[in-house]
Each structure stands twice: as structure tokens, then as C-alpha cells.
Design a binder for this molecule. Structure first.
Ligand SMILES: NC(=O)c1ccc[n+]([C@@H]2O[C@H](COP(=O)([O-])OP(=O)(O)OC[C@H]3O[C@@H](n4cnc5c(N)ncnc54)[C@H](OP(=O)(O)O)[C@@H]3O)[C@@H](O)[C@H]2O)c1
Length: 287
């Protein structure tokens, strides 16, 4: 149902470009001839992006966008409207992982997690969709995760946020099909970015306490140390998948990057919940 008359050089907005997947994607897409609005929430990140953008002679534009701050979203979307008069793709990439046991993570931390990973995506999309519907083409690319399929202990808030993002994206896909707008989910497994050091910080603080979940937090910490390095992809691998989602005439609904991202959804659909629980216990080396 997506439109077939889309221009080959796209106008693309990307959130969360200060590091990791967002920056790799902005760089790859700008190098491939697209016009990229690479955004970040902190002024110092925007300044670095501005330096980077200089080599693209106007095709890469750095701007400030905090997905939890509606005024910054409005500014950037308004700018794209007046400078380009169209927007072909939005890559909702900004996000972070709130770790910790469900019982102990403060409700404020829960809310912050959803404000960024879920409501932030809804807020950006709400600003952009009227333009995409009117022009009768567009592509919404939401960066989800393998944990949208299988929740991990001590990562409950993050996993819940990606499950919510998945649900929102599936509903949106059907809602937007009549308007020629595609919705794509990007589902990476582990990727070497700033994501993990940030998660480690709140996981370590749970592991250090002498509390009811300390043993589980330590087991999870060790599991990540054992498994992350073995399977982690570089951000460019995710950027290449996003490029496919941007450029394909008819994109897939989901792009899965890394081996775990490919096999976990199959395990989940074929194994019972109890068996999956046992596999997680075994992986964490818990008796
Ligand atoms: N790395 C992984 O293993 C992995 C796996 C699956 C999915 N993902 C997903 O991939 C996406 C990108 O993460 P990454 O791995 O590239 O990690 P990253 O290097 O930490 O990048 C995350 C980006 O999101 C930005 N961000 C956070 N809150 C924001 C907000 N309120 N407004 C705007 N930007 C905000 C960060 O900005 P600051 O620099 O200002 O914090 C940073 O630019 C996330 O959605 C993450 O959930 C990552």
C-alpha cells in the first residue's frame, strides 16, 4: 500500500544521534546521498554534530531535539517543513535502558523510561504524521529491540518499554497503510554503544546493595559480561539495516540484527513460558 512514487534521495529525521546507532545511521545515510536531520538532546552533542555535518555540504543538518520536550520536536519538524516541504522518513532511535528489579525501581524512574522510549516516539510521530499523510508517503522506523519479544530479569522497565513500542508500532502500521505510510521495526540484539555502560550503572547499584535481589542482579551482570561481547554487533550493522528500511521499495515490517535477535522470537513462539523461564535461569547460572 506504500506509495511507489517516492523520491530516491530522502529527507530523514533521526533522534538520538549523539552516539551509537543514531550517529552511525546519520553518517551512513548522509554519505549515501540522503538529506539527514541529525538531532540530539544536549547542546554539546548538537555542537559536535554540527562539526560532523560540515563535510556534507548542506545535506546533514544538526539540531536539538529532546523527545521528552514537545517544543524541541515542534521546532525541528517546523524547520523541516519550511526547508524541505516534505519528510520521507523518521527514525525514532532515542532511548535508554532502565535496569533494576521491578519492586525497587522508583516510579519516577519507570515514568522517565516510558517518557523517552514510548511517549517520546508517540510525540515525534504525532508531529510528523500529518505531513506524511498529506503527502501520501512516508516511513516511520522505530528502533525497538529483541527484548520486545522476551523480557529479561533486572531489565523489566526497559523490556516493558520496548514491548509497548512494539504494540504501538503494529497498531500504527495498520492505521497508516491506507495513507501510503509504512511502519518498520528495527530489532537489534546486543550492540556496542553507550547503551550498555549506561545500563551497567543502574544494574551495578542494584548488585552492590545487600538486598533481596542482589544475587539476581550479580548473576545478570555476569551474564551480560559473558554474553554481550560474543554476540554484540557494531552500530554500523544496525545502520545498514535502517538504510535498507529507508531505501527498499517495499520494506520488511521488521529487521532483526544479530543472531539472538533472529532466534529469540522463534523460541518465544515455540516454547512454553515455564521452559523459557528455565532457559533464562540456566543462562544466568542460577540454581
Ligand atoms: N545497544 C544495544 O545493545 C541496543 C539493543 C537493542 C536496541 N537498542 C536501542 O537502540 C537505540 C539507540 O541506542 P544505542 O544503543 O545507540 O545507545 P546510545 O549510544 O546510548 O544512544 C542512545 C541515544 O539516545 C539519546 N537519548 C536518550 N534520551 C533522549 C531523549 N530524551 N531525547 C533525545 N535523545 C535521547 C542519547 O542521548 P544522550 O547522549 O544525550 O544520552 C543517545 O544519543 C535505543 O532506542 C536502544 O533502546 C540498543
Amino acid at each position: 500500500m506504500a506509495s511507489s512514487s517516492q523520491p530516491t534521495s530522502k529527507v530523514i529525521l533521526i533522534t538520538g544521534c549523539s552516539s551509537g546507532i543514531g550517529f552511525a545511521t546519520a553518517d551512513l545515510l548522509a554519505q549515501s546521498g540522503h538529506t539527514v536531520y541529525a538531532t540530539a538532546r544536549r547542546e554539546e552533542s548538537v555542537a559536535k554534530l554540527s562539526d560532523w555535518s560540515n563535510s556534507f555540504s548542506g545535506r546533514a543538518i544538526a539540531d536539538r531535539l529532546d523527545v521528552t520536550d514537545p517544543a524541541t520536536i515542534q521546532n525541528v519538524v517546523g524547520r523541516i517543513k519550511s526547508e524541505q516541504n516534505r519528510i520521507d522518513c523518521v527514525v525514532n532511535n532515542a532511548g535508554y535502558g532502565q535496569a533494576g528489579p521491578i519492586e525497587e525501581v522508583s516510579l519516577d524512574a519507570w515514568r522517565r523510561q516510558f517518557e523517552t522510549n514510548v511517549f517520546g516516539v508517540a510525540a515525534v510521530n504525532q508531529q510528523i504524521l500529518p505531513m506524511m499523510r498529506n503527502q501520501k508517503f512516508g516511513r516511520v522506523i522505530n528502533v525497538s529491540s529483541v527484548v520486545a519479544h522476551l523480557s529479561l530479569p533486572m531489565m523489566g522497565p526497559y523490556c516493558a518499554s520496548k514491548h509497548a513500542l512494539d504494540a504501538m508500532s503494529v497498531a500504527l502500521r495498520v492505521e497508516l497503510a491506507p495513507f501510503g505510510v509504512d511502519v518498520v521495526l528495527i530489532e537489534p540484539g546486543p550492540v556496542e554503544t553507550e547503551f550498555r555502560p549506561n545500563v551497567d550503572e543502574n544494574l551495578e547499584s542494584s548488585a552492590e546493595q545487600d538486598g533481596p535481589y542482589t544475587r539476581l542482579a550479580k548473576a545478570m551482570d555476569k551474564y551480560w559480561n559473558r554474553s554481550f561481547g560474543k554476540t554484540a554487533a557494531k552500530p554500523i550493522a544496525v545502520a545498514r539495516a535502517i538504510q535498507k528500511a529507508v531505501e527498499a521499495k517495499r520494506p520488511k515490517t521488521r529487521y532483526r540484527i544479530t543472531a539472538p535477535a533472529k532466534f529469540v522470537p522463534h523460541l518465544v513462539s515455540h516454547l512454553s513460558d515455564r521452559l523459557l523461564d528455565r532457559i533464562i535461569h540456566w543462562q544466568l547460572r542460577l540454581k
